[in-house]
Ligand binder design. Structure first.
Ligand SMILES: [Zn+2]
Length: 152
């Protein structure tokens, strides 16, 4: 089985990093400089660098995706095409878009105080980020995500 690609997105592409996480892939972030630190981390962690910074050239040891477009939908499409990723419904909302960690299933009874009453009444499955404690459910970002997926 092929390993799932992981990304290292430079800081100026924060919106793109959040979208990569929302569709369920690991996207760490760090500044583009010093470039040597960026390459070292990408190499050590087996990550593909994604950047708009022209100083981050391709390297013999790590893969670099130079984003061609400023629009986040076009950027996401480029990353997915380059990495051979497909949108997998099973992966959507499995990762916190702020912290880049996998969210964990949580009992409905534990979230009653944390979500709006309407959400609590209508949703059955909840997940929580172990880092920032945000609660995710099927409705979270749903309209935004389906809108984005249409554009892909
Ligand atoms: Zn989080």
């Amino acid at each position: 089985m092929a390993t799932t690609p992981q990304f290292l997105v430079t800081e100026e592409c924060g919106r793109l990093a959040r979208w990569v996480r929302l569709i369920g892939y690991d996207a760490a972030q760090m500044p583009a400089t010093p470039v040597s630190a960026l390459y070292r981390r990408a190499y050590n962690e087996g990550r593909v660098i994604v950047t708009r910074n022209r100083r981050v050239g391709s390297s013999g040891v790590v893969r670099v995706v130079q984003l061609a477009d400023q629009g986040v939908a076009e950027q996401l499409r480029q990353v997915m095409r380059d990495a051979g990723l497909a949108v997998d419904p099973e992966r959507l909302l499995t990762r916190c878009d702020q912290c880049n960690v996998e969210v964990q299933p949580v009992e409905k009874t534990q979230v009653s105080a944390c979500v709006p009453p309407y959400v609590f009444e209508t949703q059955q499955r909840f997940r929580r980020c172990p880092s920032c404690r945000r609660i995710y459910w099927a409705g979270t970002h749903c309209a935004r995500i389906s809108e984005m997926l249409k554009r892909l």
